[in-house]
Design a protein around this ligand. Sequence first.
Ligand SMILES: *Cc1c(COP(=O)(O)O)cnc(C)c1O
Length: 350
Amino acid sequence: MSRRTLEQLVRPNILRLKPYSSARDEYSGHEASVFLDANENPYNAPHNRYPDPMQRELKTALARIKHVDPACIFLGNGSDEAIDLMYRAFCEPRVDNVVAIDPTYGMYQVCAEVNDVEYRKVLLDTHFQFTARAMLEAADEHTKLMFLCSPNNPTGNSLARTEIEALLQAFDGLVVLDEAYIDFASDAGFLPELAEHPNLVILQTFSKAWGCAALRLGMAFASPAIVDILNKIKYPYNVNLLTQRQALEMTYRLYEKERWVDTLKTERGWLGKVLRGLPCVQEVYPTDANFFLVRVTDAPALYRYLVERGIIVRSRHTVALCGNCLRITVGTHRENEQLIAALQAHGTDE
Ligand SMILES: *Cc1c(COP(=O)(O)O)cnc(C)c1O
């Protein structure tokens, strides 16, 4: 079997596309001080100027932290932008399809539906693991993308590394591996092996470990050829100035992110132990993320009970394999104690 090339995977209209060339794209390299090219207002610096469409300074800083070439980084308005662009770049509506593990992050399916692309689900096993073989069996010649998420949301576990590797070897389309929670895992993830897998797209985000969900900044790591395609179809100024500046600022405080992760991992250990001892809890699933999937006796009722006490968790009761499960984020120690106090009072104060 000959592997499909990137040219064969990309939609023909995208392959042909000549991207919009913004004012800030056209000049580069020269020292400039008079900017009369973009019809901006000369007053109200710095917000009067369009931001760098290619986020060069931020990518340089991230490349250093992540040990990848800047040409292998795409930045988007949240990971959600990168997910949507993958569909728009590679999946012909009503012709192509994608295969994804199930249950997983809901945006893969929402973006499939928005783009009118068939979404094929492959159920995880009772340990929330997948096999490369089951994914390949669900695929056909119109399968362009496969979605994996490790650590997975909402189950919290990391997917088996050997199966991810097997899929990367055997599938001749692109594998999107969402590592939104990788900072909380013991494993380094697949970024160190990015160069060995030309069909791998890794998603990471500023929304979780970095504590910057409000910024809306998602990262995709892939071969320069794939990154070029995403850059070609993105909105020119998709990452605004405030986000670029604040994210750059965060990269100078990498130690702070690392401290938060350490604290949350300690807190996760404590919370898991206490949850396991509660009468309303049937099972606390192993987690590599900053949340727990917890099976309780009556998830809808417990959810409402917590809401009444001002504590909001996420019910995953209607999700495949997650009947009677709540997804509980690890908070500050105070927040976690409030949760535990409420759960301990459950059934005794009613
Ligand atoms: C939270 C989360 C994201 C983050 O999405 P952003 O758009 O970057 O905020 C991505 N993937 C998964 C699986 C998540 O749980």
